[in-house]
Design a protein around this ligand. Structure first.
Ligand SMILES: Nc1nc2c(ncn2[C@@H]2O[C@H](COP(=O)(O)OP(=O)(O)O)[C@@H](O)[C@H]2O)c(=O)[nH]1
Ligand SMILES: [Mg+2]
Length: 378
């Protein structure tokens, strides 16, 4: 480090300053009633270790960010990174890691489900050479306790099995949201992580390995606690997003995580189309009018679902909803032309109706996905 004028000035002004060794990143959405207690517990656990807490809040309606800003006026080592118009747990963690200078970063939920008391042991293991230390519910000294309902425990076991297929190494709790990692290692993988996921740990493990820099993993057991205040943000959508991430990793990134959801939405659109068509023709409407109405309805349906589910993290609102819908329809129309051209070319070639039809449908799905992602939900 330089000993130039800036360093000298800094030394004079902050003789007590010790740069943080550990940054504790807390992704938060509506955690106002939990953060202060979490801060106090982490402070108690970390004792004399220089550390800081970075709460990454997606502009929670309950005012979590305001509360963190108030705490920042009391404690020097807590601050809030407030994001607007976006949601996303994985991207919140990455952005929190990006704003600290601490060589080690830990991610912990804001709802007190994770046991902060193991943070010093996690840090010790990292200092002893591990790149990544996972807080685990399923290893020695760990337990899912009362933090998971029976349904969530079964779901978690299934998700763990899927994760084991892509992890490339044994990790007892790959779904954990509680881990500590060398900041360098995390930031190296960051540009290649799926930004729209809920589960960042498995992504870090798989992405680092695929980049030729597998992480040396250690684990520390802990008992998972029930959520303190507020509600879980876990939802069926999160499950589908996880399956999308899993497919994406399984195909070595050939299929982006949101493609699965886009495809599922498209599937429901086909059902809407066919039901509308059947209903209108049954009511005595002509085929052409019925087909046009069914097409428009299915497009509207797909647009609304994609906007709220597939692209929930970059949802269009207000006027952009109208321009977005127009661009979505225009792109899908082009996709339809691509579908017909490809299907017709294949049909001319070997006269297999089903193969030709399916190829056209796949072609237009990929086209619609890629182009709407680039233009409609950019
Ligand atoms: N910044 C941010 N944090 C989120 C988001 N969704 C969930 N979180 C936070 O991520 C942590 C885990 O979420 P939680 O709802 O407790 O999930 P569960 O433990 O699986 O039920 C909590 O601290 C949440 O506040 C989000 O969209 N953005
Ligand atoms: Mg939780």
């Amino acid at each position: 480090m330089s000993t130039g004028p800036v360093t000298t000035l800094a030394a004079e002004q902050h003789s007590n300053f010790r740069p943080p060794q550990l940054a504790v990143i807390v992704p938060s959405y509506n955690e106002r009633d939990n953060i202060e207690l979490l801060y106090e517990k982490v402070a108690l656990a970390l004792g004399g270790t220089p550390w800081e807490m970075i709460v990454v809040d997606d502009d929670s309606p309950d005012g979590t960010a305001d509360l963190v800003n108030e705490l920042s006026r009391v404690y020097a080592n807590i601050r809030c990174l407030r994001r607007f118009g976006r949601r996303g747990l994985a991207s919140a963690c990455v952005e929190g890691m990006a704003v600290t200078s601490a060589p080690y970063v830990a991610v912990i939920d804001g709802d007190l489900q994770h046991d902060e008391a193991i943070l010093p042991t996690m840090l010790e293991k990292a200092l002893a050479g591990a790149d990544l230390v996972v807080g685990s519910r399923f290893t020695d000294g760990g337990s899912a306790g009362e933090g998971l309902s029976q349904t969530r425990l079964s779901g978690s076991n299934f998700a763990n099995k899927l994760a084991g297929m892509i992890a490339g190494q044994a990790v007892s709790d790959p779904m954990s949201g509680f881990f500590l990692i060398r900041r360098d290692a995390a930031l190296k993988a960051a540009p290649k992580l799926a930004s729209d996921g809920f589960k960042i740990l498995i992504d870090l493990i798989v992405t680092s390995a695929r980049m030729g820099q597998p992480l040396k993993v250690a684990e520390v057991g802990y008992t998972f606690r029930p959520r303190h205040a507020g509600e879980s943000k876990m939802s069926p959508l999160v499950v589908i997003q996880y399956l999308g991430l899993w497919f994406s990793k399984l195909t070595n990134g050939a299929l982006p995580p949101s493609f699965l959801l886009f495809g599922l939405v498209g599937g429901t659109g086909v059902v809407v189309h066919l039901v509308t068509l059947a209903a209108l023709t049954a009511l005595g409407q002509g085929f052409l009018v019925s087909q046009i109405t069914a097409t428009l309805l299915a497009m509207g349906w797909n647009f609304v679902l994609n906007n709220n589910l597939t692209y929930a993290d970059r949802k269009l609102r207000g006027r952009r909803l109208v321009t977005g819908f127009i661009s979505f329809c225009a792109i899908c129309a082009l996709g339809g032309i691509a579908n017909i051209s490809v299907a017709n070319a294949i049909y001319q070639w070997d006269h297999q109706t089903f193969v030709a039809g399916l190829s056209g449908a796949i072609m237009s799905s990929v086209f619609n996905y890629a182009v709407t992602r680039a233009f409609t939900w950019k």
